[in-house]
Design a protein around this ligand. Structure first.
Ligand code: FES
Length: 310
């Protein structure tokens, strides 16, 4: 069969000329291009609105809504562009002589003449690409927002608490404690004097039994140990004490710490012992700290062993 015999039929469908079909297709694409452009513009406006809402104080619901609209509008614009303008189907066309038939050439000329001055296909693509770039840039600007939320670095705050040399150990009412106030197996939540309620300085004081051997990391007095009350796993208060076995228990994920073994982790997800507070008795007979905790309290972090916190 000759190559020219394999050409697709050229008869106009439904009485419409080839130029009519092309014109309709062109109108469909123009309509789609307009909707895609509107979607990208909505994405730009929503992204800028997100930015403005954030820098003027922030409002979680509004930020979520504008972010949703921005991403959604970009998605809708791209979907329209790809499905209608580019087209989803793959078309394979048989080869045939390159020269168009006279009827096609006439139809194209008619179409070209009738659309002179309209936006060209290349111009439309450029226009949509610019809008898409604008939407991407404004979304990128909005996505930089979380950097601002990081705030200033913690500096040395993670390495310090309110404890320090000579600071008295007080109970939750702010009453200073003496060794004779504490009996074996007794547990008291304690704070540094003047900082009752301080979240990172809260500690648990335990009276030890004299008949149980100890393996402690810091100086202690008269069978009394003081450990940070903040779990080294995820920061819950370690509030339960099983006196019979000498274990402090964190209720969040069941980490257990051996009170007689320097709060070593006995089980559970905690990765290191509870920091122990070095204590002594001052001249008036009250329990005082010798220094701050010698390792940071609470969950581990990336430079936990930095400097004198090691
Ligand atoms: S916070 Fe204590 S075990 Fe997880």
């Amino acid at each position: 069969m000759a190559a020219s015999d394999r050409r697709p039929p050229r008869t106009p469908a439904g009485g419409r000329t080839k130029a009519d079909q092309w014109r309709e297709q062109r109108k469909r694409e123009d309509r789609a291009a307009r909707w895609a452009a509107v979607s990208f513009l909505v994405a730009i406006v929503a992204s800028l609105a997100l930015f403005v809402v954030y820098i003027s104080g922030g409002q979680a619901q509004l930020e979520g809504l504008t972010l949703f609209i921005a991403f959604g509008a970009v998605g809708v614009g791209l979907a329209i562009w790809v499905r209608v303008i580019v087209g989803p189907e793959e078309i394979v066309e048989d080869r045939y002589p390159m020269r168009s038939e006279d009827a096609d050439r006439d139809a194209f000329e008619e179409l070209y003449q009738s659309t002179m001055g309209e936006v060209t296909v290349g111009g439309r693509r450029r226009f949509l690409l610019r809008l898409l770039t604008g939407a991407g840039l404004s979304l990128g600007l909005a996505l930089l927002i979380p950097i601002r939320s990081l705030g200033p670095g913690p500096r040395n705050e993670l390495f310090r608490t309110e404890w320090g040399e000579g600071v008295r150990v007080v109970d939750e009412e702010g009453e200073p404690l003496r060794p004779e106030d504490i009996s074996p197996d007794q547990v008291v939540t304690v704070f540094p004097e003047g900082a009752t309620g301080s979240a990172d300085s809260q500690a648990v004081l335990v009276g030890l039994r004299k008949d149980v051997p100890t393996d402690l990391r810091q100086p202690t007095v008269e069978g009394i140990v003081v450990y940070s009350k903040i779990c080294t796993h995820a920061g819950c208060p370690v509030g339960l004490y099983r006196a019979a076995v000498g274990e402090l228990l964190c209720p969040c994920h069941q980490s257990t710490f051996g009170v007689y073994d320097g709060a070593e982790v006995l089980s559970g997800p905690a990765g290191r012992p509870l920091p122990q507070l070095p204590i002594e008795v001052d001249r008036e007979g009250y329990l005082v700290a010798i220094s701050d905790f010698r390792v940071p309290v609470g969950p581990s972090f990336w430079n936990l062993t930095r400097g004198d916190g090691a």
